[in-house]
Design a protein around this ligand. Structure first.
Ligand SMILES: Nc1ncnc2c1ncn2[C@@H]1O[C@H](COP(=O)(O)OP(=O)(O)OP(=O)(O)O)[C@@H](O)[C@H]1O
Ligand SMILES: [Mg+2]
Length: 166
């Protein structure tokens, strides 16, 4: 029996900088319409990872925490693609999900990076990349990737090659 399911990937990050760089390698792979869910308890490093995703994708503005506006849409200079960064911490109901126009976001062609995705679990597409951060020690974080769907299995394989050089 394998320890990891097929397509899964697991790292231990030893610093915030390393977590940021792990995010950046993922950001470089994002295509329009991709959905990345970023889960983990408070302080696990979701926003650190997300800032890396933004940098790797090429966002003009730094990916700060969007907490108060819930959704921040980012642009880059290389093309007209968009990256929407969501922090769903404050959302609790289906009406809340509607209030942020989540379905329009899903259909709008932006890549989505969603912090606290479990808050909108029922509204998430079945096919997505799930990234789970866990605090292991003061400076160690486990970073676990679970792809659902062919697109994301392929993304994780590309990502594994990018990160490990294998
Ligand atoms: N290996 C590591 N990876 C990421 N962050 C780390 C690591 N080691 C220490 N840290 C620290 O942990 C904190 C992570 O904070 P961050 O804001 O990213 O968490 P979060 O998951 O977004 O929390 P919240 O849900 O409260 O927004 C930062 O202060 C960061 O410097
Ligand atoms: Mg955060």
């Amino acid at each position: 029996m394998p320890i990891l399911k097929e397509g899964e990937l697991d790292f231990i990050s030893t610093s915030a900088e390393q977590t940021q760089r792990l995010g950046a390698r993922l950001g470089a792979l994002l295509q329009p319409g991709d959905v990345v869910c970023l889960s983990g308890e408070m302080g696990a490093g979701k926003t650190v990872f997300a800032s890396g995703v933004g940098a790797g994708w090429g966002a003009r503005e730094p990916m700060a925490s969007p907490t108060y506006t819930i959704v921040h849409e980012h642009r880059r200079d290389t093309d007209s693609n968009r990256l929407a960064h969501l922090d769903c911490y404050r959302l609790n109901s289906a009406e809340d999900v509607e209030s942020i126009g989540f379905d329009d976001l899903l259909e709008g062609g932006a890549a989505l990076l969603i912090e606290w995705p479990e808050k909108i679990e029922g509204a998430l597409p079945v096919e997505r990349l799930w990234v789970r951060l866990r605090t292991v020690s003061e400076v160690h974080r486990s970073v676990h990737f679970t792809p659902v769907g062919e697109r994301y299995v392929q993304m994780v394989e590309q990502y594994r090659q990018s990160v490990t050089g294998a």
